[in-house]
Design a protein around this ligand. Structure first.
Ligand SMILES: [Zn+2]
Length: 403
């Protein structure tokens, strides 16, 4: 037995009710945010209890109480919806799914993993990323006459608050910290680092957070630019957005990054326009999946939201079919097929129209919708489905990326 590697303690807690695999997956994923003293929470095979992996020095009573509060919130999630499938494509490539894509890309020198949820890439990976982005942009231009746009990667807290991000995903926010404007503090920081081996961070009271954040959802920075505008007819905008979601210990290769790129499309107009856009978006995803010759599916989403609003939001999304997820099969570490969420198609109703004072031709709060494609997950799924042998890739893609 390896004493050093063994966790400080394990505890078994009863769940308030029996859960299904979807809720169990959410519990495990979100468990990294519960307490610094909890390593993981794992739902037991009976689906009625959860195993708590405590770290050394944990104040057991407090931590267990916290874990129980967390579990009570998580089991309130509504699940077990009928999932509607809107688009399904099947690849022509007959080869097996490739296991160990992340490692394979690193070994070939096409990707560097910094180990903190960020990657650098080059060669065929970079060319494929560009191709995914350009192809999507091309299809958006053709189907929606979408205008090209560009937005910053920093976003202020006021905008995120208006977008409702703090009450849906508070755990994923990254606040930017700056040195206080204080000569002595700045000098102390400079001197400490001028001869140090490694980086020495300033003490916490020398850093201030003034509300700038790293943007966590591609479409948010676009809405302030539309404030006060009136849309007589529908319009669409598209761009490549840089997105940051703090994932704590859940980061894992291209599967779950902290920093990634999203090809985004936002459409703004009346109800008929945004609904027509959603239908067109289904066709665009289908065309994109066929171009890369991948198995892919667009279906009703039941996106897990953190904490108390989760139940209501989940129900609302599924019932209204306002959020569709783009699922591309990939492999987990053990070689089992898993459905990787590679993007989503969302109808927001007039939520952003109201929050940002954007009007339609009749003077009402405008309707909006968006499509986001996670470029790095498309990379992972495409390499998983075609592997590292260029011959297995569709001819047009092969010529562009393995040149
Ligand atoms: Zn969006």
């Amino acid at each position: 037995m390896n004493i050093h590697a063994s966790p400080a303690a394990e505890l078994l807690l009863d769940l308030p009710r029996e859960v299904d695999t979807e809720v169990a997956g959410d519990i495990e994923k979100e468990s990294v945010f519960v307490s610094p003293f909890i390593d993981r929470i794992r739902v037991e095979p009976d689906m009625k209890s959860a195993r708590l992996f405590l770290r050394a020095g944990a104040p057991t009573e407090d931590v267990v109480a916290k874990a129980n509060r967390f579990l009570h919130v998580m089991v309130r999630q509504v699940s077990g919806f009928e999932i509607k499938v809107f688009v399904e494509t099947r690849r022509r490539d007959q080869g097996p799914y490739q296991l160990g894509v992340n490692q394979g890309l690193i070994e070939r020198g096409w990707m560097h993993d910094y180990g903190k949820g960020q990657v650098a890439y080059s060669g065929p990976v970079l060319r494929l990323a560009r191709l995914i982005n350009e192809k999507a942009g091309e299809l958006y231009a053709k189907a929606f006459a979408a205008e090209d746009a560009h937005f910053p990667a920093l976003v202020d807290a006021e905008t995120l608050h208006k977008c409702g991000y703090f009450d849906s995903h508070p755990n994923a926010v990254t606040f930017v910290g700056n040195m206080v404007e204080d000569f002595d503090a700045i000098e102390e920081f400079r001197r400490a680092n001028s001869c140090s081996e490694g980086a020495i961070l300033p003490p916490q009271d020398h850093i201030h957070v003034d509300g700038m954040c790293l943007n966590p959802a591609a479409c948010f920075p676009c809405y302030p630019t539309l404030s006060g505008n009136m849309f007589d007819e529908g319009r669409a905008y598209t761009w490549l957005g840089r997105v940051f979601r703090y994932e704590s210990r859940n980061i894992s290769g291209l599967d779950r990054l902290y920093e990634f790129n999203v090809r985004e499309l936002v459409f703004v107009g009346d109800d008929a326009y945004v609904r027509a856009c959603r239908t067109k978006a289904l066709g665009v995803v289908e065309e994109l999946a066929s171009y890369f010759d991948i198995d892919c599916r667009v279906q009703t989403a039941t996106d897990p939201f953190f904490a108390t609003v989760s139940a209501a939001k989940k129900f609302w999304q599924a019932a209204q079919e306002v959020k569709n997820e783009i699922k591309i099969p990939s492999l987990d570490a053990d070689g089992n097929v898993k459905q990787l969420a590679c993007g989503s198609i969302n109808l927001h109703g007039n939520f952003f129209g109201r929050r940002f004072d954007i009007k339609d031709g009749a003077g009402e709060a405008v309707q909006t919708g968006c499509v986001g494609l996670g470029v790095e997950r498309w990379l992972l799924a495409t390499f998983t489905q075609h592997g590292f042998e260029p011959e297995r890739w569709p001819a047009d893609v092969r010529a562009k990326i393995f040149a």
